[in-house]
Write a protein that binds this ligand. Structure first.
Ligand code: PLP
Length: 399
């Protein structure tokens, strides 16, 4: 009998499990659409030129690696604010935002969850149905009751907006509402600006606490366009949380660079909130790592590197959009028995294709094409070399 005898095996992460099965598959022409990262036309994770150049400068500088401040690099935190809230944002000018560098977007969510736990909320966190699956686990682990709000409507492959409004209305007042600011993961189905106005009204009336998760800024319609929801909330005068990530927009997954931003009501409130967020950080990991945020900071604050990054981000976005269009065209030309046009309307890296679990299984067994059993595919894993095989197979399994 040891301390660990009663420890049970935790369930495997379904997406990592899928990757393991893919790696073990001996078939040569196999295709993995189950991943959650951007692949370029050659099927590789790109190293952005802007990142490589910043890394060269950093290498040449031979800078010592002291500790960072608890809330991270100040210039980085400021650059994050401008990216999210806009260059001329009132909330920035009024010094009402607190921003802390975090360990990726996940780290920002966890910092926010832990700080919120010290405040007066209903104790309920509401997430979209479906959502990025770590939302549920993270907030449950942080001590909240997690509930779903309606979001995706399978019959239209679109949004169940009325269901969403009803569910937000039905939550107890002061519940925390997690909202995907753009490029909803896993569905790709986003809210329009008009939808956001209505959501804001309900959240305001019910005194809910909005927590915007923006992990794909720049992958939807553009850097500024994708931040529309963040800016609408800022204009509303509400206090709210934003978790943001550079994992995707800098193709910087393993560097773990993100930020938690909290919009408060006054400068003085911001100072008190920051002091508490610092306490959460200090007691978890003391202070954040230097490398990734230093590079992001160099790129964002250097006009030339920033312009290069924006170009590279735009080309990732455009390649995904091209793949969406091509996929839909090919499915139509090949006589698919349903209209997949909705895939063009979706935003970001993912698509809920509407394929059933049984169809996804056939894709894997008969065609060595791997997707998530919910029908989610990573559009960024498509390229000119594999798209024909993918659309052929989808037409076949839909027959
Ligand atoms: N939020 C959403 C909606 C995501 O899809 C992801 C990553 O897949 C994250 C947060 C976490 O991002 P990071 O890898 O920066 O922790």
């Amino acid at each position: 009998m040891s301390l660990f005898t009663p420890v049970e095996m935790a369930p495997r992460d379904p997406i990592l499990g899928l990757n393991e099965a893919f790696n073990a598959d001996p078939r040569k022409e196999k295709i993995n659409l189950g991943v959650g990262v951007y692949f370029d036309e050659d099927g590789k994770i790109p190293l952005l030129k802007a990142v490589a150049r910043a890394e060269e400068f950093r290498q040449q500088a031979m800078a010592p690696r002291g500790y960072l401040p608890i809330e991270g690099i100040a210039a980085y935190d400021n650059a994050v604010q401008k990216l999210l809230f806009g260059q001329d944002s009132d909330v920035i000018q009024q010094q009402r935002i607190v921003t802390a560098q975090s360990i990726g977007g996940t780290g920002a969510l966890k910092l926010g969850a832990d700080f919120l736990k010290t405040l007066d909320t209903s104790g309920i966190v509401a997430i979209s149905n479906p959502s990025w699956e770590n939302h549920r686990a993270l907030f449950t682990n942080a001590g909240y009751e997690v509930q779903d709000y309606r979001y995706y409507e399978p019959s239209t492959n679109g949004l169940d907006f009325l269901g969403m409004l009803e569910d937000l209305q039905a939550l107890p007042p002061s519940s925390v509402v997690i909202l995907h600011a753009c490029c909803h993961n896993p569905t790709g189905v986003d809210l329009t600006v008009e939808n956001w106005h209505e959501i804001i009204k309900i959240i305001q009336t019910k005194q809910h606490i909005p927590f915007l998760d923006i992990a794909y800024q720049g992958f939807g319609q553009g850097i500024e366009e994708d931040a529309a929801a963040v800016r609408l909330f800022a204009e509303s005068g509400m206090v709210f949380f934003v978790s943001s990530s550079f994992s995707k927009s800098f193709s910087f997954y393993g560097e773990r660079v993100g930020a938690l931003s909290i919009v408060t009501q006054t400068t003085e409130e911001a100072q008190r909130v920051l002091s508490q967020v610092k306490r959460v950080i200090r007691t978890n990991y003391s202070n954040p790592p230097t490398h990734g945020a230093t590079i992001v900071n160099m790129v964002l604050n250097n006009p030339e590197l920033n312009a290069l990054w924006q170009e590279e981000l735009a080309s990732m976005r455009k390649r995904i959009q091209q793949m969406r269009t091509l996929m839909v065209q090919q499915l139509k030309n090949k006589g698919a028995n349903k209209d997949f046009g909705f895939i063009i309307e979706q935003h970001g890296m993912f698509s809920y294709t509407g394929l059933t679990a049984a169809q996804v299984e056939r894709l894997r067994e008969e065609f060595a094409i791997y997707a998530v059993s919910t029908g989610r595919i990573c559009v960024a894993a498509l390229n000119m070399k594999n798209i024909d095989a993918v659309t052929d197979a989808i037409v076949e399994v839909c027959k």
